[in-house]
Design a protein around this ligand. Structure first.
Ligand SMILES: NC(=O)C1=CN([C@@H]2O[C@H](COP(=O)(O)OP(=O)(O)OC[C@H]3O[C@@H](n4cnc5c(N)ncnc54)[C@H](OP(=O)(O)O)[C@@H]3O)[C@@H](O)[C@H]2O)C=CC1
Ligand SMILES: O=C1OC[C@@H](O)[C@H](O)[C@H]1O
Length: 397
């Protein structure tokens, strides 16, 4: 594989709140030794040239004068000159925007949740493979150092996981939030399960399926939801989902996952609230209990940087008879860390540009499809509905 520096040229479909985090993060200065750098070369926005120009300036996006701005996202996907498009519109629009990008043989990084249903993503996976391009869900947490260390170094050593608790609750809904905010607008996919629960379900999936034992399946066996109080629509808020891992020819249950999420609990919802995403919380956001050890991950579960490991063996008990806790620190190396995923897709794009390809690739496909399946089932059991227009499967490819 080529070791010379690869400049991955990005197009941004929408100048969203998360694009204001993602784009500065991928453009942070890099050492000469790094073989991948990123550059924003195009952007589409429905809110006009002036807002786009101000937005690029406000977020200190370098080379703003050279960035080609499009009012029509379709035109950018059809005529733009870029390597990967980052799609960060509200989730109900992901399917339409990703499909059009794939039809134009574009490589795509689409924000989480990739689509509103598993079936929609299955359809996009098929199209990406057919179009010989790279597709990836921006479940950025998967690609952080702490997550990779857990999966590669810890989970294979702590024995079979028997129980996992995973929560991502964050009071993003506040009295000041406009009712047109995507967090309260049903047509914009509002609801804690799809927006935040996807992280907690991802952690449960990592714990229950890394490594995935052949023949095992993980399914939702219970789901309960309580709506955001005092709002017009039925927007899901306090959600509880129970997963069961079934293994072997006897279909024995061998593990259980308890997943929770809320966008009103806990903590103060006084804006600007995003900074409190880094506020320490008393309880771990994720607790993985296996036969030989347990691993806990502090809040926020979207951006883990520490793993607290408690081994159960007698040899790990100190002189007072208490289990010792080992803290393994794997900090994000710079910025927010939402850039790690960009390096992953850029490396795959570079590899395919230099070594050729035969068919398309979907990075993280199995994980994305499993979690979208959990979301579908939790919504079905819990009674969370968005209607055929948002949940339906558009015409087959
Ligand atoms: N990975 C993470 O940490 C986070 C991920 N997300 C995910 O990113 C996505 C966007 O969230 P967020 O940034 O909060 O959303 P915002 O509401 O801030 O931005 C959404 C943008 O989508 C564009 N848009 C809206 N409607 C349309 C339309 N009909 N056609 C074309 N473009 C449209 C607009 O951009 P413009 O005005 O430029 O046209 C709008 O600003 C969600 O799927 C969410 O789950 C969100 C927050 C954090
Ligand atoms: O992806 C996300 O991460 C942080 C949350 O507060 C946000 O609402 C969600 O979309």
């Amino acid at each position: 594989m080529s070791t010379e520096r690869f400049t991955c040229r990005w197009a941004a479909l929408s100048l969203s709140n998360i694009a204001a985090v993602f784009l500065p993060d991928i453009l942070l200065p890099r050492d000469e030794s790094e073989s991948i750098v990123h550059k924003l070369v195009a952007a589409s926005t429905t809110s006009g040239q002036e807002r786009a120009t101000n937005w690029l300036k406000e977020h200190k996006i370098e080379g703003a004068e050279g960035i080609k701005l499009f009012h029509l996202w379709e035109e950018m996907l059809e005529t733009g000159d870029f390597d990967v498009v980052y799609i960060s519109t509200p989730h109900p629009l992901h399917y339409k925007h990703v499909r059009k990008a794939l039809e134009h043989k574009r490589n795509v990084l689409v924000e989480k949740p990739a689509t509103m249903t598993r079936a929609q993503y299955e359809s996009l996976v098929k199209l990406a493979v057919h179009q010989d391009v790279v597709l990836m869900e921006a479940m950025w947490t998967h690609y952080l150092p702490a997550t990779k260390y857990l999966q590669e170094e810890l989970l294979p050593k702590i024995g079979p996981v028997k129980r996992v608790y995973a929560d991502f609750s964050f009071p993003i809904v506040s009295p000041e939030l406009s009712v047109s905010s995507r967090f309260l607008e049903k047509q914009a996919g509002a609801g804690a399960l799809l927006d935040q629960g996807v992280y907690a379900l991802t952690w449960a999936d990592i714990a229950l399926n890394s490594p995935r034992t052949p023949g095992s399946t993980t399914q939702v066996v219970y789901a309960n939801t309580m709506p955001v109080p005092d709002v017009a629509h039925d927007i899901d808020d306090i959600n509880t989902v129970v997963l069961s891992r079934i293994e072997g020819p006897s279909d024995r249950q061998t593990a259980i996952g308890i997943v929770t999420t809320s966008m009103t609990l806990p903590g103060s919802n006084k804006p600007p609230f995003y900074r409190r995403l880094q506020a320490p919380r008393p309880a771990p956001a994720v607790l993985i209990q296996a036969t030989d050890a347990q691993v806990s991950i502090p809040f926020p579960p979207i951006r883990p940087q520490e793993l607290h490991v408690q081994w159960y063996g007698r040899e790990f008990v100190d002189e007072e008879g208490m289990e010792r806790e080992e803290v393994i620190r794997k900090p994000v190396e710079r910025g927010w860390g939402i850039w790690y995923q960009a390096d992953v897709i850029a490396a795959k794009v570079r590899e395919r540009q230099t070594e050729g390809s035969g068919e398309g690739v979907v990075i993280g496909k199995e994980e994305s499809l499993r979690v979208l399946g959990y979301l579908d089932e939790a919504r079905r059991i819990g009674g969370i509905r968005y209607g055929e227009e948002l949940e339906g499967l558009p015409p087959s490819i």
